[in-house]
Structure formats: C-alpha cells, structure tokens
Design a protein around this ligand. Structure first.
Ligand SMILES: Nc1ncnc2c1ncn2[C@@H]1O[C@H](COP(=O)(O)OP(=O)(O)OP(=O)(O)O)[C@@H](O)[C@H]1O
Ligand SMILES: [Mg+2]
Length: 231
C-alpha cells in the first residue's frame, strides 16, 4: 500500500473511532444518566408511599432501558441514532427536549423546533442531535439555571442548534482549553469535533451574569456542508 493511501485510511479509522466514542458518550451516556435520575426519583416516590406514581416511573425506566439497548445496537450496526429511524428528525428532537423537561422539572424549558429532515445530510442531523443532547446535559449538570431556551432550525440551506440558559455561566476560554487538554471532560471537545467533522462550527457565549448560549451552525450551501452526506 502506498504511503498517502495508508495515511488516508489511518486518518479515516481515527475519525471513525472518535465518532463511536462520541456516540457512546453523548448517546448511551446521556440515556444512562436519564435512567439514573429517574431511578432516584422513583426511589423517593416509593419511599414516600406514592406507589402508583413510583410504578409509573419504573415503567418509564423500562422503556428507557429498552431504548438504550436499541441505541447501542444502532451504534454497533450503523452508527445512527435510534431516535432518527424513519427520518423523523423534528419528532426526535422534540422528544429529546420533552424528556429533558420531564426529567428536570425545576427548569422552565421553552423551545422552537423546525426541521425539514429530507433536505439535510444525515451526518449533519446526527451531529446536531448529539450536540443538542450534550448541551442539555451540560445545562442540567453545570448551569444551575431557571430558564432554558432551545431553538433548532433546519432547511436545505442551513442547520442550527441554539441552547440558552440563564445559569451561572463559565469562563469559556478556560473551560474549552481544559476540556481539550484533559481526558476528564469530553463533552465540549466532542461538540467542537462533531461540528468540524460535518462542516459546521460552534460558538459559546458565557459569563457569570449572562448564563450560557451555545450555538452550532452548518452552512449547507458551502462545499463542506455538501460534502457531509450519509453518516
Ligand atoms: N451550560 C453551562 N453552564 C455552566 N458551565 C458549563 C456549561 N456547559 C459547560 N460548562 C462548563 O464547561 C466544563 C466542560 O464541559 P464538558 O461538557 O466538556 O465536560 P463535563 O460536562 O464536565 O464532563 P463530560 O461532558 O465529559 O461528562 C464543565 O465542567 C463546566 O464547568
Ligand atoms: Mg458535559
């Protein structure tokens, strides 16, 4: 095998490994976190004698476990989120935001979601979904916010995801540098890489009094956007 071809294959293998790592972290990782939260909540309900509500939540946990198994299979076989089956991207995103709201009743969550999935490359859709998933997870873990606003738009010209919280914010330059330099936090680094691999870019605005705005954009009319076809 000549040198340029083997270098090309090595780069492709490394890229694919990173994608699998992202899918495990952002997909399975977040679903397991949801199961954990629901299990905690079910425990509290049952301990307080709310047997019916506890049983209902246990049913929901069973459904989420089944979803996690399906997602794992999907990652193993075609590296595509199970929620996307059938191309109902807008529906999958609405479900993701609804589940987030259900699991975090202390947040006031509002959203506007308008996606025409047929006109957007699969790789961009999957990246947008995963970035949204990790952004929401970060809001729940780090922000201490009261209000969360989610906006997702997609057409054949562009795709965008915006998550705004009114929480404590963070020093973005330091947070991003630390995330890139250590193996302890993977979320932000993964978002940047996912966006870059699919022709998009990420901006984060954050400050102690302003909360955080995470914005991901894919200008699909560009050559990079056109290049990001099937995942
Ligand atoms: N919405 C947010 N509000 C406040 N701080 C945030 C927010 N999003 C990210 N951060 C800060 O940026 C840091 C890096 O985030 P990142 O997602 O890379 O890692 P993590 O969430 O700590 O770990 P992991 O995603 O690997 O489970 C966080 O530890 C947190 O300090
Ligand atoms: Mg994170």
């Amino acid at each position: 095998m000549d040198a340029p071809l083997s270098a090309h294959i090595e780069a492709a293998v490394a890229r694919e490994r990173r994608r699998i790592a992202h899918d495990l972290h952002d997909g399975i990782g977040q679903m397991l976190a949801t199961i954990r939260l629901r299990a905690d909540h079910a425990g509290i309900l049952l301990a307080d004698g709310h047997a019916d509500a506890g049983a209902q939540l246990l049913d929901l946990i069973k459904t989420t476990v089944s979803g996690t198994v399906a997602e794992l299979r999907r990652i193993c076989w075609c590296f595509c989120p199970a929620e996307m089956t059938g191309g109902d991207v807008a529906g999958a995103i609405v479900r993701l935001v609804d589940t987030f709201g259900d699991c975090h009743p202390t947040f006031h969550v509002t959203s506007r979601i308008k996606v025409n999935s047929r006109q957007i490359p699969d790789a961009v859709v999957v990246a947008a979904y995963r970035i949204l998933q990790e952004a929401l997870h970060n809001v729940s873990k780090h922000s201490g916010a009261n209000r969360v606003r989610v906006e997702v738009f997609g057409s054949r010209h562009s795709m965008s995801v915006r998550v705004k919280d009114d929480g404590r914010g963070f020093d973005t330059a330091r947070g991003i540098r630390a995330a890139m330099a250590t193996n302890s936090s993977y979320g932000l680094a993964g978002m940047y890489e996912r966006a870059a691999l699919t022709g998009g870019n990420i901006s984060i605005y954050s400050g102690p009094t302003d909360g955080t705005i995470l914005s991901a954009k894919w200008p699909l009319a560009t050559a990079a956007g056109r290049g990001a076809t099937k995942s």
